[in-house]
Design a protein around this ligand. Structure first.
Ligand SMILES: O=C[C@H](O)[C@@H](O)CC(=O)C(=O)O
Ligand SMILES: [Zn+2]
Length: 279
């Protein structure tokens, strides 16, 4: 276990004063996946923990961090975990779950022992973990890739034809706070959510994956009338505070895990911003 990186919450008034490096330090999580490590970042925006586990040469155990003052990581937390690497397994308190690439496991509050393993050392699993605080225990549940509630959105004419798979949500796998899914762009489409939106009641994080190594996503963030951009590589995550838009365009097609936590779980509780109102 590497140290927990703690990131304090930011105010939108700080954004105009941030240069590129400061924006990246505040909102981009560049390295989540390292062989045989669990890497984690705590953002004080809704106390979300983003973590990555890559079991390369053997099983990896999810420990806890002193900053959480908990006996085990999920003592007061829940987590949505998506496999963005090769096939692997997660064992939760003795029960083993097979996670094909793209599969999602919800791990409920109270699960003590969580271990990660790859099916093959030559193509290790990359487990992306999105965790929020939890007031009660919902059952640990596996969702196969593509098995969630499917939404077909966008149009090829505007380069944003994409499939949204809602995994952990109001009408799917139950959770306290976490709402999570995977969106995949169709070939030739490059824009995710545009017109963009905010949702003042939730923080949202994106983990981009399936993007070729030589390509990037230009991700827009900030208040709608004061936007900035980040250039994001494969398997990097970005934190969007409640006041920030979160919309990106890739130099190639890609997928991303979107995950939220906060006041409510209403997916449609969004405030859209017309394209011509963005600055
Ligand atoms: O609040 C919800 C989110 O931003 C995502 O679900 C958006 C998304 O996956 C997409 O439009 O492609
Ligand atoms: Zn959103």
């Amino acid at each position: 276990m590497t140290d927990l990186e703690v990131r304090h919450a930011t105010h939108p008034d700080q954004v105009p004063g941030f240069d590129t490096a400061a924006l990246r330090r505040a909102y981009l999580v560049e390295r989540l996946f390292t062989d045989d490590e669990v890497t984690a970042v705590l953002t004080h925006h809704d106390r979300i923990v983003l973590a990555g586990a890559r079991p390369a040469n053997g099983p990896l155990t999810l420990g806890t961090w002193p900053e959480l003052r908990s006996e085990f990581f999920l003592e007061r937390r829940e987590a949505g975990i998506v496999n963005v690497g090769g096939a692997g397994t997660i064992t939760v308190d003795g029960t083993k779950y097979d996670l094909a690439p793209g599969a999602c496991l919800y791990a409920g509050r109270g699960a003590r022992e969580v271990t990660f393993e790859s099916a093959s050392a030559s193509e290790p699993a990359d487990f992306y973990i999105f965790s929020a605080t939890a007031h009660t225990a919902y059952p640990t549940t596996l969702v196969a890739p593509g098995e969630g509630n499917r939404l077909e959105l966008g149009d090829q004419q505007t380069s944003n034809r994409r499939t949204i798979n809602q995994y952990i949500h109001a009408n799917g796998v139950q959770s306290c706070q976490v709402v999570l899914g995977v969106t995949t762009l169709h070939p030739g489409s490059t824009w995710n959510t545009m017109p963009a939106h905010t949702h003042d009641r939730r923080t949202e994080c994106y983990l981009y994956f399936g993007l070729p190594e030589t390509e990037r996503v230009v991700h827009l963030l900030g208040e709608p009338d004061e936007t900035r951009h980040l250039l994001i590589a494969d398997r990097q995550a970005v934190i969007s505070p409640s006041w920030s838009i979160h919309s990106g365009v890739g130099t190639a097609a890609y997928s991303f895990v979107w995950a939220m936590a906060g006041e409510n779980q209403a997916f449609t509780d969004m405030d859209g911003v017309d394209v011509q109102d963005l600055r």
